[in-house]
Design a protein around this ligand. Structure first.
Ligand code: ADP
Ligand code: MG
Length: 357
């Protein structure tokens, strides 16, 4: 269809009459194509989280559903081949197993690229985002909170102090596509896996010509892609940390974006009347406490949005604002006080819910 329209444009230079006729046909076909845009919706689980998809496809529903299944397969493959530290046989598990061996491990191009991206955020955030946080994260046993909250045991200060010795992104040796970890260091890409998935999904959708638009959420990290059939904007809700069934506002977006939120309400556990959440301060080993309830990052790269939301949550609003700017990302902070702060650029996208005005 696109080619046909381009041809029409080319012919218009040679023959006006022809152009008029062909333009008419083209418009009719466009209408036909417009009518054929189908909406495919799918909810599933992958990467241990909920994945929801809305795809707009100029094809039959079953073709659209096939694309949605490809998206899930893509996320599964990322987890099972590269990212999970839990599953045997992933690239990350292989690297972790060699910590302290002194041997440099040759990385796939993809993982080398992602790790480089992570290290950029590590350096720029002064270590607030640190993929070497694995030994500490395991003591907190975050993955088990939802399934066995009663079994949660607060890590002892001694255990945390010991584990912290093996944390420090500056001790990761990453050079010429090889990586070497010091003894007992364990990589954990939990804070960035969903964002990496968004980037890979976008590449997949770009290969699928029949997909004209999509909005896909991987555990709350959201990809908007292309456009809506009605030409409207994508509405991405920003959850109210005080009442997570509601939105504090929405982002109105056009085209391709990634939106990630890190919040203390997303995963938490209680012990002795105290609440502990899943975003750790790599300096103290304890859940970060920088005066925030949540951070939402808007940028083109999913890796950046996911890593920066974690980093900004650890850093707090003031330093987080600077970090976001350094990555040309927009950021929105919900403070414990209920106040909302955001980068100047975020203001053009964010609309506060009516009842908060
Ligand atoms: P979510 O998975 O809810 O989106 P995040 O993206 O903020 O949350 O990532 C939290 C996960 O990342 C934790 O479960 C832990 O495995 C890991 N993590 C926690 N704190 C940090 C940190 N400061 N830097 C890097 N990874 C972290
Ligand atoms: Mg994150």
């Amino acid at each position: 269809m696109k080619q046909f329209c381009e041809k029409t444009h080319f012919m218009s230079k040679r023959n006006l009459y022809f152009t008029a006729v062909l333009s008419g046909i083209c418009a009719l076909l466009l209408t036909a194509c417009g009518q054929r845009v189908q909406t495919v919706q799918m909810a599933d689980t992958a990467m241990g989280t909920i994945v929801t998809q809305t795809l707009y496809v100029s094809a039959d529903v079953d073709e659209g559903e096939a694309v949605a299944r490809e998206v899930i397969a893509c996320i599964d493959a990322l987890e099972q081949n590269y990212l999970s530290w839990r599953l045997e046989g992933t690239e990350i598990a292989g690297i972790n197993a060699e910590a302290g061996s002194g041997r440099g491990i040759l990385l796939s191009d993809k993982l080398a690229d992602w790790l480089e991206g992570c290290q950029k955020v590590y350096a720029a955030s002064g270590g607030a985002f640190d993929i070497s946080v694995g030994s500490v994260a395991r003591l907190w046993n975050i993955d088990k909170w939802a399934v066995e909250p009663d079994k949660f045991k607060l890590p002892t200060e001694e255990a945390l102090a010991e584990a912290l010795q093996y944390v420090g992104g500056d001790k990761i040796l990453l050079k010429d596509n090889t990586i070497t970890l010091p003894e007992k260091m364990q990589l954990d890409l939990g804070a960035v896996g969903k964002g990496i998935a968004l980037n890979e999904i976008r590449k997949l959708l770009q290969e699928e010509e029949q997909v004209s638009g999509a909005v896909i959420s991987v555990g709350g990290s959201i990809l908007t892609y292309g456009s809506k059939p009605d030409g409207g904007k994508w509405n991405v809700g920003v959850v109210d940390p005080v009442d997570t069934a509601r939105n504090i506002g929405i982002l109105q977006l056009s085209g391709d974006w990634c939106v990630s939120t890190s919040g203390d309400y997303e995963r938490y556990v209680e012990a002795d009347g105290k609440r502990y959440h899943h975003i750790l301060n790599p300096v103290t080993g304890y859940p970060a406490d920088s005066g925030l309830r949540s951070v939402t990052i808007l940028t083109r790269s999913g890796l950046d949005s996911d890593a920066l939301s974690t980093a900004c949550f650890v850093l707090g609003a003031k330093k987080g604002m600077e970090l976001a700017k350094a990555f040309e990302a927009e950021a929105l902070f919900v403070l414990k006080s209920g106040e909302i702060m955001m980068t100047e650029g975020m203001k053009q996208y964010f609309y506060l819910s009516n009842d908060r005005n």
